[in-house]
Design a binder for this molecule. Structure first.
Ligand SMILES: [Zn+2]
Length: 71
């Protein structure tokens, strides 16, 4: 079985200083600031980066990600 495709790889656990309202779960949450890049994967190994680095904010309560923190 051949496993390949494109997947996001993200890292970073830095927390934002202020709490923000999350539109996904409707709660006020601290967000994690994460960096992500899209990779071409082969056999679950990220081989080739196909995008630049992006900053995303991840809600620590529901796990939804946003391009920027709302609120
Ligand atoms: Zn949320």
């Amino acid at each position: 079985m051949i496993l390949f495709g494109f997947r996001w790889l993200s890292w970073g656990r830095e927390r934002t200083r202020r709490a923000n309202y999350c539109i996904a779960c409707g709660q006020t949450s601290r967000f994690q600031l994460r960096t992500r890049m899209k990779f071409f994967y082969l056999y679950l190994i990220p081989l080739i980066p196909v995008s630049g680095k992006q900053k995303v904010y991840r809600c620590t309560l529901c796990g939804a990600t946003f391009d920027r923190a709302e609120g």
